[in-house]
Each structure stands twice: as C-alpha cells, then as structure tokens.
Design a protein around this ligand. Structure first.
Ligand code: KIV
Length: 270
C-alpha cells in the first residue's frame, strides 16, 4: 500500500488488509520485499525492543528514532503509521502537533492515536493539518494502569456500547481506519459493519477489515508470549537458538572459519 486512500478502496472492495509492526531498518528491509499492506511503528517498541513492562514508557524521541530507521530500511514507497506515544495527544493541540511534526518528518505517512473521548478535537485538528490519523479502541495499552492489566475489553453491555460509540465518533472525526484490540469478536463484527472505514483487528476475531500482529510475535521470536489470538508463522526462537548453538559449536570445534572463509596475503579479491 502506498497511500491512505487505498484503505477506503480496500474497505469498499471487502479486501482484507494485512499490517505488521516494525521497529528497525533491518526488519523493514525484509518487509520491503513482502506483500504486507501497511507497517506500524508501534509504541510496543518500548516493550519488544527496550524491555519495558508497558507502552507508557515510549517517548516521542523513541518513536521518532524508530520511525526514521524503518523508513530508511523500507524505502520511500511503503505506508508507515507511527504511534503517538503516551499522553502526547492529551496535552493540547500545540503539543500534539509538535509530536506529529516530528513523527511525520521522521518518515511516517500517518499517526495512530489511542482512545477517543476527551481528544476528538485534537484528532480533528491533526487531520485538518493534513495528517491522516488511525484510531485505536478496545484494549488501548497506554491505559494499562486504568484497566488493571492487558486484558479483554468490551465484555459488558455498557463497555461494548462505549467502544461502538467511540468508533462512530472517530469515523466522524475523520480517521481513515480503527484498530480494535482484544474485544469480543461479535462486538468487533458489529463495529466493522457499522463503519465505512476499515477496522484492523488484533485479538478481536475474524470479522475485522484487516489484521495486525507484532512482527516478532508472528515470527515466533517472542519466547513465552502465547496469547489466545496469536498464530505463529515461524518457530523463530527455536531456529535462532539452534543457529547460535551451531555457531558456538563450530567456533569451539575450530570448524569456523574455513580456508575459504579466510584471506591470505596476496589474494586479490576483498
Ligand atoms: O503498538 C502496537 O504494537 C500496536 C498494535 C498492537 C496494534 O498498537
């Protein structure tokens, strides 16, 4: 996907959208050769790459730094969405725009903002400034302390109604898509039916307009992280451990490097 207008086209054509997270130039260059539709520089970077317990620890500097790395690795064509880090969209329009400016200059094509109530005006202002915004409802990880953990949202009728109303409000504010994280599949289906923009689900069932996963999770590289919704497409952790054990054994057995992997004085190639 190259531009934001394709999200609406895919919604109209009922064509599912694939999205994965990406935090660095190395994995971005792998994604550049893949058919994945959109790339999210998620604030989950704070947990996955920096070892923090939650996304509250992501900062503007961190998001800017990783967005720039992903843009360098993936090239000019890919559609990159960068997460607005914790609290930045709650500090008023000027502070929010300062953050948006840094993320867009770093290489993002759009920003993603968690929640709706209390900052719809800020979202409208960002969109009015020419920047596409993706919404994010349900388990919004920046509210982990309010939720008392990373847990399913929208179980009860009141919570479900609130998520549905927030989704409609976000669409009216002009967002181009909404991530629905860890809500019951029936609720995600209702929201998806109701909106004219695509929903992208994570842990929210099959009815969403697309699906997003954290790259390391889908590659099986997040050892021990096995939530119900996660399907792994590679046993990455096992394969990496096996490769490291082989390297270690070959070094210690003096099987690496070989003659062919060594230079000798007088050999011309470099
Ligand atoms: O930060 C992130 O990885 C996300 C996705 C899980 C949607 O927001």
């Amino acid at each position: 996907m190259k531009r934001v207008t394709e999200f609406a086209r895919f919604r109209n054509e009922a064509r599912p959208i694939s999205m994965v997270t990406c935090y660095d130039a190395w994995s971005a260059s792998l994604l550049a050769g893949s058919p994945i539709d959109a790339v999210l520089v998620g604030d989950s970077v704070a947990m996955v790459m920096h070892g923090y317990p939650d996304t509250v620890h992501a900062t503007v500097r961190m998001m800017e730094f990783h967005t720039a790395a992903v843009r360098r690795g993936i090239g000019g064509e890919a559609f990159i969405i960068a997460d607005m880090p914790f609290a930045e969209h709650r500090k008023g329009k000027v502070a929010a725009m300062r953050c948006v400016e840094r993320l867009m200059r770093a290489g993002a094509n759009a920003v993603k903002i968690e929640g709706a109530e209390g900052h719809l005006e800020v979202i409208e202002h960002i969109i009015g400034s020419g920047v596409p915004v993706m919404g994010h409802l349900g388990l919004t990880p920046q509210s982990v302390h309010l939720f008392g953990g990373h847990r399913l949202q929208g179980r009860g009728a009141a919570e479900a109604q609130k998520i549905e109303a927030d989704a409609v409000a976000l669409e009216e504010a002009g967002v181009f898509s909404v991530v629905l994280e860890c809500i019951p599949a029936e609720l995600a289906g209702r929201v998806t039916e109701r909106l004219n923009i695509p929903t992208i689900g994570i842990g929210s069932g099959a009815a969403c307009g697309g699906q997003v996963l954290v790259l390391q999770d889908l590659l099986g590289l997040s050892a021990g992280f096995r939530p119900r919704f996660l399907r792994t497409y590679l046993d990455g952790a096992e394969q990496v451990q096996a490769a490291l054990a082989r390297f270690d054994a070959e070094v210690k057995g003096r099987h690496y490097p070989s003659e062919k992997e060594s230079w000798h004085a007088g050999i011309q190639d470099d």
